[in-house]
Design a protein around this ligand. Structure first.
Ligand SMILES: Cc1cc2nc3c(=O)[nH]c(=O)nc-3n(C[C@H](O)[C@H](O)[C@H](O)COP(=O)(O)O)c2cc1C
Length: 355
């Protein structure tokens, strides 16, 4: 019998040949044209060739005004950018894998000068506590978003969705995790608004709902629409973005009421005890939604991948996929495999092509 990890799984009109995917990984390799370096695009093709059933892009930023937070990020807003990504989606499809483009806006996780329009915007004028490791300086206090800003940001997501479809992706993922703009709206840690976009979980979700509906209005029906969520952010990593399991589940319920095809849960460690409930984050999520789930965090060998699948439908790997081109075959052969740390993953940001 085929082990569950290597059995197919279908979400709506898309069938994944196995349950193993490449997690989204930002590489900061794009030049002024916002197109990633050739070897970075090749990396994604190679992972599909080597057996991954699902390949995520790096997180692509939306508008040219305020979406960027790191140098060298990619966009899919013009024909040249669409053409570059088309070669990737074609090859991924040719290897029988599914391609998903992750899309985000960095919000307050940015610094002066990183965006052409030189603005840093967020739900509220609250900066992360820690310094920005890229600049060695405090993060700037962001400008609180006006209704005009919100509409501009929504437009950036919708325009990018058109690019994602034109480039031939099988799916679009709205990045609502890791303390970036949409996560900043969802968490009371960063959202201190007193209007209808702040306060209760329903209110904090309101802007995300507007984005979802604007994207869905332009995204062809055949493309999957996923969301990624987490209880942690890249800055102030130890902060729990949600107060307890009930608040997390309330958010998951809200997503499930919208036209979302699957939820990707991002953790440091898939097996960790979520909100002191004795249950994993995937299990806490699954308890309140029927949507398919993707899980990620320290899944590094056959045992952890099978264990993680107990509470989810697909497993994603970041660092193992990054550093080991043969990871899927190694999992299949049940080889002993290392758990990589973030220092080793630093190679992602160098110009050294990955095998
Ligand atoms: C180099 C690198 C870049 C990353 N960039 C992104 C990103 O663009 N979007 C995202 O949602 N997560 C990003 N992540 C997080 C991964 O998707 C994943 O959640 C994390 O590495 C934990 O999984 P792992 O233990 O298998 O590495 C990144 C991780 C790494 C190592």
């Amino acid at each position: 019998m085929t082990p569950l990890l290597f059995s197919p799984f279908t979400i709506r009109n898309k069938t994944f040949k196995n349950r193993i995917g490449v997690a989204p990984m930002t590489r900061m390799s794009a030049a002024g044209d916002s197109i990633p370096r050739e070897d970075v695009l090749t990396f994604l093709k190679t992972r599909a060739k080597n057996g991954a059933g699902l390949v995520y892009t790096e997180a692509v930023v939306t508008d040219y005004e305020s979406a960027q937070g790191y140098p060298g990020q990619a966009r899919i807003l013009n024909q040249n950018q669409v053409n570059a990504w088309k070669t990737v989606t074609n090859e991924i499809r040719g290897h029988g894998a599914v391609s998903i483009c992750q899309v985000f806006h960095c919000g307050r996780m940015a610094y002066e000068g990183i965006n052409p329009a030189n603005r840093v915007i967020a739900p509220s004028p609250v900066a992360p506590m820690q310094e920005n490791p890229l600049t060695g300086m405090p993060y700037p206090v962001p400008e609180p978003m006006s209704r005009f800003d919100m509409d501009h940001v929504i437009n950036g997501f919708a325009e990018t969705a058109k690019g994602v479809a034109a480039a031939g992706f099988d799916g679009f993922e709205l990045h609502c995790a890791h303390g970036y703009l949409l996560s900043q709206f969802l968490s009371a840690y960063s959202n201190r608004r007193t209007d209808t976009f702040g306060g209760s979980m329903e209110n904090r979700y309101r802007f995300i709902r507007e984005v979802i509906h604007a994207v869905k209005a332009v995204l062809p029906e055949e493309l999957l629409f996923l969301v990624r969520i987490s209880n942690w952010g890249i800055a102030d990593m130890d902060v729990s973005l949600f107060s307890d399991a009930a608040e997390w589940q309330q958010m998951v319920t809200l997503f499930s009421e919208d036209p979302v095809d699957a939820i990707s849960v991002s953790t440091y460690d898939y097996s960790q005890n979520g909100f002191d409930t004795g249950r994993t984050m995937a299990r806490i999520t699954r308890d309140v939604t029927d949507l398919p789930l993707l899980i990620c965090g320290k899944i590094h060998d056959r045992k952890s991948a099978e264990h993680a699948l107990a509470d989810a439908d697909l497993v994603l790997s970041g660092k193992s996929m990054l550093l080991n081109p043969d990871w899927v075959a190694d999992i299949e052969a049940d080889r002993e495999l290392p758990l990589y740390g973030s220092e080793e993953a630093g190679v992602a940001y160098t110009t050294t092509p990955l095998p």
